[in-house]
Design a protein around this ligand. Structure first.
Ligand SMILES: NC(=O)c1ccc[n+]([C@@H]2O[C@H](COP(=O)([O-])OP(=O)(O)OC[C@H]3O[C@@H](n4cnc5c(N)ncnc54)[C@H](O)[C@@H]3O)[C@@H](O)[C@H]2O)c1
Length: 434
């Protein structure tokens, strides 16, 4: 099949590349000329495991093209995916400006029947809105389908190639059949494609993210109570995880959720409810998360006081989670800004996110080239992202490099008993002796 993906970001690039991997001819479009130039040179502008090699291979086979020319892309495709950003608007609502612009450019370029598929996360009712925007510009026939994306950054290629499920919304039977066929190669292991109306498909994406964010805020709140009452969240977590109705996934306490999706999607749900349906649980989920992002700052204040001038803090991990360079709404931003405000100096290391972090902090922090370099002369180490390479460090070396042997572990990756034996003052989330 011949298809285009408009918006070549995390989602668009992964989706376009994976569709080309199964033999389709794919044109990836973006308005960002620098991004397209980088991709045309066989380099990818983001870090995503396994993606660069797949992009290069399919580009070499001429199945994957990159362009800023939306008109030729639309004319050379029968299916057009919209994968542009839907950032937070002024009132917490999803800003549909990019979706609107894209719909209008598709419509203006149309020269016959096209299937337009929304992959961006969009509020319920957006498919109807897109239909209207397009029909204002063209008299050519078209179908609009909703196909929310559930991939996880850091495992996006794997998730796309072997999805838990594919959700497809719409009412044009012929268009649905064509897009179902496009997904067929990804569902060989028996995972399902669920067809429903557009509104339910759009809602499914928000409901999934709301559930996941709720799990995180839930366990974070319980971890606070554990600390207060002298229980250990690690034991409590394991005890509840064995109940199959609860399950073991996504109930790890930490410094709060971040990233480009959960924060904005939770706010978009609250905004969707408006005055009619108060989303009280979602408001609480967000409130707990905002508080949780400051949990290490509170511990640091208790340990060192509120004035940190002259002190250096080492930070391991800046990205909002491991295996990505994405810094959007990362908890590290809140933690580091708070410490800078209190007069501290920061020496940070992240295996992939330094370029993105520099866009946020500029020269206000020092970026270490290696993880141990960040420790030199620091009063404490903070672990903010659980990259695998931080899990088994050389603790003796850490002790030698730090001014004082103190670790604030925002991801509970070390054992409190072991660290105590090694002579560290160890602070973690919701655990005894830590
Ligand atoms: N990142 C994720 O893990 C993830 C997962 C599932 C769903 N989503 C959703 O997918 C959508 C895209 O997310 P992302 O993380 O890929 O965003 P992104 O910011 O990485 O990429 C969006 C791209 O769209 C481009 N763009 C904007 N307007 C355009 C236009 N008119 N024409 C062509 N290109 C245009 C931008 O230049 C950018 O490269 C969002 O709605 C997001 O909520 C994201």
């Amino acid at each position: 099949m011949k298809l285009s993906v408009i918006g070549t970001g995390y989602v668009g690039l992964v989706a376009g590349t994976c569709f080309s991997e199964t033999g389709n001819e794919v044109i990836c479009v973006d308005i960002d000329e620098a991004k397209i130039a980088t991709l045309q040179q066989g380099k990818i502008p983001i870090y995503e495991p396994g993606l660069e090699e797949m992009v290069r291979r399919n580009a070499e086979e001429q199945r994957l093209l990159f362009t800023t020319d939306v008109t030729s892309a639309v004319r050379n495709s029968s299916i057009i995916f919209i994968a542009v950003g839907t950032p937070q608007g002024l009132n917490g609502n999803a800003n549909l400006e990019y979706v609107r612009n894209t719909s209008k450019s598709i419509a203006k370029a149309m020269d016959g029947f096209k299937i337009i598929v929304t992959k961006s996360t969009v509020p319920v009712g957006t498919a109807d809105q897109i239909r209207q925007w397009i029909s204002e510009e063209t008299s050519h026939p078209f179908a609009v389908l909703s196909n929310p994306e559930f991939m996880k950054e850091g495992a996006a290629v794997e998730d796309f190639m072997k999805p838990d499920r594919v959700v497809l919304g719409g009412d044009d039977a012929e268009a649905l059949e064509i897009v179902k066929e496009l997904y067929e190669p990804f569902l060989r292991t028996g995972n399902q494609i669920l067809v429903m109306d557009s509104r339910s498909a759009e809602m499914s994406k928000y409901a999934a993210n709301a559930m996941l964010a709720t799990k995180i805020s839930f366990i974070n709140e319980v971890s606070r109570l554990c600390e207060y009452m002298g229980a250990d969240i690690n034991d409590v977590r394991r005890a509840i995880a064995l109940d199959r109705r609860i399950g073991q996934h996504f109930i790890f306490p930490g410094v709060g959720y971040g990233g480009s999706c959960f924060p904005k999607d939770i706010r978009a749900i609250i905004s969707m409810g408006g005055d009619q349906e108060e989303m009280s649980l979602m408001k609480a989920v967000e409130q707990v998360n905002e508080r949780q992002k400051r949990v290490l700052v509170e511990k640091i204040k208790r340990r060192f006081g509120a004035k940190l001038s002259g002190k250096i803090f080492a930070v391991w991990g800046l990205a909002f989670k491991p295996r990505t360079d994405d810094m959007r709404d990362a908890p590290a931003i809140v933690v580091i800004e708070a410490l800078l405000q209190m007069g501290a100096r920061i020496q940070a290391f992240d295996p992939e996110a330094t370029v993105e972090a520099r866009k946020i902090f500029g020269d206000r922090i020092v970026y270490a080239a290696r993880n141990y370099d960040a420790l030199d002369g620091a009063s404490a180490l903070l672990v903010l992202t659980e990259w695998n390479e931080f899990r088994r460090p050389d603790f003796e070396r850490i002790k030698e490099l730090l001014k004082e042997p103190i670790i604030f572990d925002g991801r509970n990756i070390y054992d409190p008993v072991d660290l105590k034996k090694l002579g560290f003052d160890y602070y973690s989330i919701g655990r005894k002796n830590g």
